[in-house]
Design a protein around this ligand. Structure first.
Ligand SMILES: Nc1ncnc2c1ncn2[C@@H]1O[C@H](COP(=O)(O)OS(=O)(=O)O)[C@@H](OP(=O)(O)O)[C@H]1O
Ligand SMILES: Nc1ncnc2c1ncn2[C@@H]1O[C@H](COP(=O)(O)OP(=O)(O)O)[C@@H](O)[C@H]1O
Length: 253
């Protein structure tokens, strides 16, 4: 777990209204045991990959393509998306600074539950403020879960030119006050685990970057990565051996 120091923990403590008279209940099933009933590969690999960036940066496109690829490989994954969560768990929240903070707190807690259950959780939220993303990270790491921050760094000009949902045009016309990048701030991450410029690369390349990271950190086992490469290139497993050794994987899954 990264060391965020007392200041971060105190910040969260001071800004959280704790419920009283509640006792945390321990599960009888460990993460390892639960993980063995999930997907094709044994072993716990629950974690959260957190995509942050402007509206239209490509967060959802990349996360959902990744979700599909992982599920095809037999690795359980679930995409949590800003637009979708705001249809349910976060339906009563708007886009003020305070509402965004509560939005990110809630979706981080939901992400944590997915990760805890052994699923690779793909969370795509603008999450424009450093302190909210820091809280999301803390929520995971205090529970011993990996939190992988991916900055989808596509420039505002590219996002605005895409304007897939027509929201930038509305925001420029003054019809959506407080729109991120127009009249509401976006604070880029200082030390994300990955940076993806989806203005410069294709969704397939971006998906591959995340897959490579998951392989490097041993979340994706060697055999799954091998299957993926064979599907893609048709090359035989023998030819991939050198690659796998370089990444520090043994010959077992
Ligand atoms: N004011 C304002 N600013 C930014 N975005 C807006 C706004 N109003 C509505 N939308 C739409 O809501 C989606 C972002 O929701 P998020 O939950 O990811 O936002 S946040 O993390 O709480 O900032 C975002 O979706 P994405 O385009 O997928 O990012 C927009 O479609
Ligand atoms: N390299 C790319 N990566 C991701 N999306 C891209 C890329 N090139 C173009 N796009 C398009 O940009 C838009 C991105 O929208 P979306 O994935 O919903 O972004 P976000 O979730 O960040 O708001 C989509 O219409 C997508 O097809």
């Amino acid at each position: 777990m990264a060391d965020y120091g007392r200041a971060s923990i105190d910040y969260i403590a001071e800004n959280t209204h704790f419920a009283t008279n509640v006792t945390y209940q321990q599960h009888q099933v460990t993460r390892e045991i639960r993980a063995n009933s999930l997907g094709k590969y044994p072993g716990f690999r629950g974690c959260t990959i957190w995509f942050t960036g402007f509206s239209g940066a490509g967060k959802t496109t990349i996360a959902f393509a990744l979700e599909q690829k992982l599920c095809e490989l037999g690795l359980p994954a679930y995409g949590l998306d800003g637009d979708n969560m705001r249809h349910g768990v976060c339906i009563n929240l708007g886009f003020s600074m305070r509402d965004r903070e509560e939005n990110i707190r809630r979706v981080a807690e939901v992400s944590k539950l997915f990760a805890d259950s052994g699923i690779i959780c793909l969370s795509s939220f603008i999450s424009p403020f450093v302190k909210d993303r820091m809280q999301a990270r803390l929520i995971h790491e205090m529970s011993g879960l990996m939190f992988i921050e991916v900055h989808v760094s596509t420039s505002l000009s590219v996002c605005e030119a895409r304007d897939a949902k027509g929201l930038y045009a509305k925001a420029r016309a003054g019809a959506i006050p407080g729109f991120t990048g127009i009249d509401s701030d976006y604070e880029p991450p200082e030390q994300p685990e990955l940076i993806i410029d989806a203005g410069e690369e294709t969704p397939e390349q971006s998906v591959q970057h995340v897959l490579d990271y998951l392989y490097k950190t041993k979340i994706i086992p060697e055999t799954a990565m091998q299957e993926l490469r064979e599907r893609k290139t048709g090359v035989q497993a023998d030819e991939l051996k050198d690659d796998c050794t370089q990444n520090g994987h043994s010959s077992e899954a």
